[in-house]
Structure formats: C-alpha cells, structure tokens
Design a protein around this ligand. Structure first.
Ligand code: MLC
Ligand code: AMP
Length: 502
C-alpha cells in the first residue's frame, strides 16, 4: 500500500533540485533537500516512540523544521496536530489531554509548562525560533532516507482543533483523502504550476497557511517565499519576484494602506487570494482600483477544507465566495431541506474534502455531520440559480478577528469564573484592521470589581488575540422575551458608546 499524501506531495520531489523554500535570511531549500530533512525528522519520530496513528503536537515557531515536521509525520504514518503559538498553558492543557499525543514539539521556553501537563505521558522535544533545540539536534545525524509507512485514503493525516459554540474546542479529524482531494481541486482551478512563486506569510497552524498554501505548492512544485510572519515591508519587497499571495482580508487592507502598492509593483503577480474571513466589497474595489487585480475570494472551514471559490477565469464578484469546488456539493437548507435559489439558509457541504468527524466527540459529530455526508457549517448563505454562493451571516456565535476564530462562549466561561462576576456576554464589533474585535459586557454580583481587575483575572487563561479589547460593566444584559441575550443590542450600544471600559 502507498502513503496517499506523502506520495502525491513529497515522494515525487525526492530528486527535484529546484528551489522550494526561500527563507527570511535568504537560505534556499530545494525540494530534494526538504524531502531529505523530512526523512531525518521521521527517524526522530520513530526513535522517540511515535507509531502510526499517534498524534504529534507541534506548538513551534514558523520554521523550515516546523513545516518539514508536517511531512515527517505523514511519512511516519502519524497524525500532525499543529497549535497556535499564542495559546496559554491552560489552553494547551486541554488540547494535550484531549489528543493524548505521543510527542509534543515546542519552543524551549514552554518546555517546563508542557512537561508539567504531559506528566511523563508524552515525549517532549524543543524547537526554538533560531531553529535550535533537541528536535534539530537529534535529526541532524539521521539518514536522509526513511521507509515510508503505508497510509490509505481514510487514514488520519492531521487533527486540527477548532473552537466550538459550546466553549470546548473540537479536534477535526482530517484524512489523507480529505487533504489531497482539496489540494488537487485548488491547484487545478487556480492553475497553480511550478512556474509560480507564492508569498507565504500566514501561520502554519491553520488550514489556510498549512493546507491551502503548502499542500497546493508541494503538489504543483511551486516555489514558496516562506516568511516567519506577516510584514508589509517584506511583502512589498517580494511582490515583484512573485506570482501569488494568499492571505486573510487584514493582509489586503494593510497593503492598501501602503502607497507603494501600485499596478507597477504587482506586474509579475497573477493571483491574490483572500479567505478565512469576509472580504469587504470596499477592499475588493479599492484593491482593483490600485492594482487592476480582482482579489479572488474563497470560502472554507477547518472541518471541510475549502468549499467554494470565485473563478480564476470568469467574474470574481465582490461579496460572494463563488462556486462549489469540483467534487464538492453545496446545498442551502432550511431544517435540512434544500431551499430554492436566492433564499437564505444554512450552508451544508458534502464531498471528499469533508472531515471524518470530531476526535472523541461522537455526539458532536452526529449533530453536525449528517448520515448523508452533508456537514452543517453554521454559516448562512444564498445560492444563485447558476450556483454562486454568498455568505450572508452566521448561525453560530463566532467572532473572526484577523482571520482567527474566537468563540464568545469560551471567553464568557472564563469571565464568569471570576469571583464577583454574575454573568457576561462577549460579542464582536467592526474593526478597521482585524475586521472584528472582541468586547465583553459584564454584570457584577454586588461587588465593585473594576474592568482592569476582571482583565487581570481573565487574561492568563486565554491567548492574547482572544482577549476582550474592552470590558463594559453594565447593570443588566439586554434579553429578548425568550430570555436570550441580544448581542445585536450590545453591538449597537457599543457603537454609540458605553462607559467603564479599559
Ligand atoms: C495578532 N494579534 C491579534 C491578532 N493577531 N489580535 C486580534 N486578532 C488577531 N488576528 C495581537 C497580538 O496578540 C499582539 O497583541 C498584537 O496583535 C500584535 O501582534 P502581531 O503578531 O504583530 O500581529 P499582527 O501583525 O497584528 O497580526 C495580524 C495578522 C495575524 C492578520 C497578520 O493575525 C494573522 O496572521 N492572521 C491569520 C490567521 C489565519 O491564518 N487564519 C486562517 C484560519 S483557517 P499585543 O497586545 O500583545 O501587542 C480558516 C479556514 C479558512 O479560517 O477558510 O481559511
Ligand atoms: P475555521 O473554523 O477557523 O476554519 O473558520 C471557518 C469559518 O470562517 C467559516 O465557517 C466562515 O464563517 C469563515 N470564513 C471562511 N472563509 C470565509 C469567507 N471568504 N467569507 C466569510 N467567512 C469566511
């Protein structure tokens, strides 16, 4: 038996000496050297006891070895589990206890905390921002060839956690087939080839930067300018030598703020892709006016990979997310029944791209993944007669800030645990840079806690990007006749100005 993803993405490059990655310090890594590094890392995995099907948790900076570790895990038949570098110890505790990995790879600075969580049940290796650490030391003297572990289409390749409306993160189980089918569809419809050069400035712990960008590049033999972080200066410098950029809307608004973004600067570019959050029509229009390029917006989710895309050839319409990808069905439903074209309903998706279910959560899986194979996204949309999809809202209570998903329930649970807080409601308000930003309205329990007291108690438990930017102390939360908190009222009040914020 073959190894589905490894064979398609990496094995074919074993003797390909073309440049694959260009790093921030100018280092060029060929496809062949990348495959060799993966093999060395795969030997390390086996040496520390990782066996096929084991989870490998990676909370590490964006480096050559971090992305090579993804391939190494595939080659060794393990399940790659990347986590946001911003997560705190208490967030990491949940993921590690839920996923029970055999190995945790982390920045040396977090080793003591993670060792405490793992309590001897997982090996820990380190990988620091300068590339040093026990992972690379152990890999350096290993052979550059590794006997690939067979994996079939339904075997798990990755486990990606996505926050939940119940406040508990859920591990989305992604198979080799899920990831490969999506990479094939995207490469084909975006016409990605080995003559492309992609500017990669996204994090590699989410679907967008890891699968959409890296899997399509490996599949197509595309060169990647692999940037450790998003930086307008670096992107402006790289655009003239590149052909593609994939980003969240914040990338595009920040580029538009720079007067060096002109039609001449982007002369070599053939595709700008946006996703993970709604791209405002005004950003689309302003970008076209400045560069003559129409940003191609697509829509996806951790559970489903990419679902729809505006066409590469054909009209890219601002405010729409385009058509279902080849091999993917999109239905708009009301109580599970398809509605007619032009009516608003729940977006449901079926296809090889749709995940295998939530790790250890069969009830959650049954709630969201129908027996027919359709996954209920929680996004509300409309489909035109010719199949073009527009997202018009979300049924799930979710804030998207700079492309990161933030589930209010998770933050409310942490705030409600603060002694002296009676209840809270977390909601999103428009933000010029991040799209949305997080606010919290709080009712106190006969105490005189200040907003700063609450922030001080809450912040150690949550990654920085989830922290409410304002804590608003109020007498009561607005509720409808059913007793449900009216977050739309909170949003409206916030825009007209509340007091008591930090
Ligand atoms: C960083 N910060 C954020 C933030 N990113 N705050 C709110 N929302 C965000 N998204 C905070 C940091 O904690 C820090 O806080 C300060 O901002 C500066 O940090 P930075 O590292 O300099 O960040 P910045 O340049 O602002 O980052 C913005 C960004 C980044 C847009 C480049 O957030 C990013 O790369 N987003 C991409 C997310 C992504 O890949 N999403 C795809 C999910 S997959 P302080 O106070 O300490 O200074 C998915 C499926 C699909 O959704 O369809 O793709
Ligand atoms: P995640 O759970 O991080 O995978 O985020 C998936 C969610 O991001 C989707 O359910 C949508 O709500 C949102 N999303 C992704 N792409 C787009 C887009 N192009 N427009 C609007 N929302 C999007």
């Amino acid at each position: 038996m073959s190894n589905v993803l490894y064979d398609a993405l990496i094995a074919r490059h074993a003797t390909n000496n073309a440049v694959f990655l260009v790093l921030d310090d100018g280092t060029e890594v060929s496809f062949a050297a990348f495959a060799a590094r993966m093999a060395q890392l795969a030997h390390v995995l086996v040496q520390v006891g990782v066996t096929p099907g084991d989870r490998v948790v990676v909370q590490a900076p964006k480096l050559l070895d971090t992305i090579a570790l993804y391939g190494a895990a595939l080659q060794a038949g393990a399940v790659y589990l990347p986590l946001n570098t911003a997560y705190t110890k208490s967030e990491m505790k949940y993921f590690i206890e839920d996923a029970t990995p055999a190995l945790v790879v982390c920045d040396a600075r977090n080793k003591a905390d993670l060792a405490d969580i793992c309590a001897g049940n997982a090996e820990i290796l380190t990988l620091a921002a300068d590339g040093t650490g026990s992972l690379s030391t152990q890999a350096n003297d290993k052979p550059c060839l590794f006997k690939t572990v067979p994996r079939g289409p339904d075997d798990l390749a990755a486990l990606l956690y996505t926050s939940g409306t119940t406040g508990r993160s859920k591990g989305a189980m992604l198979s080799h087939k899920n990831l490969l089918s999506n990479a094939q569809s995207l490469s084909a419809i975006w016409q990605i080839t080995d003559t492309d050069r992609l500017i990669h400035a996204l994090p590699i712990f989410h679907t967008h930067g890891l699968f959409v960008a890296m899997n399509t590049s490996l599949l197509s033999g595309t060169q990647v300018r692999f940037m450790a972080a998003f930086d307008v200066e670096a992107i402006v410098a790289e655009i003239p030598a590149s052909t593609m950029l994939m980003g969240v809307p914040t990338f595009y608004t920040r580029l538009l703020d720079d007067t060096r973004l002109t039609k001449d600067l982007v002369a070599s570019m053939r595709l700008f892709v946006s996703g993970s959050a709604p791209l405002l029509a005004e950003t689309h229009t302003a970008f076209e006016a400045r560069t003559r390029h129409r940003i191609l917006e697509r829509y996806g989710m951790t559970e489903t990979n990419m679902i729809t895309s505006n066409p590469f050839e054909g009209e890219r319409l601002a405010g729409t997310v385009g058509y279902a990808l080849p091999g993917t069905e999109v239905e708009i439903t009301d109580n599970g029944k398809p509605v007619v074209a032009g009516e608003i309903g729940m977006i449901e998706v079926r296809g090889d791209n749709v995940f295998q279910g939530y790790w250890n959560m069969p009830e959650k899986t049954a709630e969201e993944l129908r027996e027919t194979g359709f996954f209920i996204t929680g996004d509300l949309g409309i489909k035109s007669k010719d199949g073009r999809v527009s997202i018009v809202g979300r049924e799930k209570d979710l804030i998207i800030s700079g492309g990161y998903n933030i589930y209010p329930k998770e933050i409310e649970d942490v705030i409600n645990d603060v002694k002296g807080v009676l209840e809270s409601a977390v909601f999103g308000v428009p933000h010029a840079d991040y799209g949305e930003s997080v606010l919290a309205a709080i009712v106190l329990d006969n105490t005189n806690l200040s907003a700063i007291d609450i922030a001080t108690s809450v912040e150690p438990h949550l990654a920085r990007f989830k922290h409410p930017r304002r804590y608003i102390i109020t007498d009561a939360l607005p509720r409808n006749t059913m007793g449900k908190v009216q977050k739309n009222v909170l949003r409206a009040n916030a825009s007209t100005g509340f007091v008591s914020s930090i």
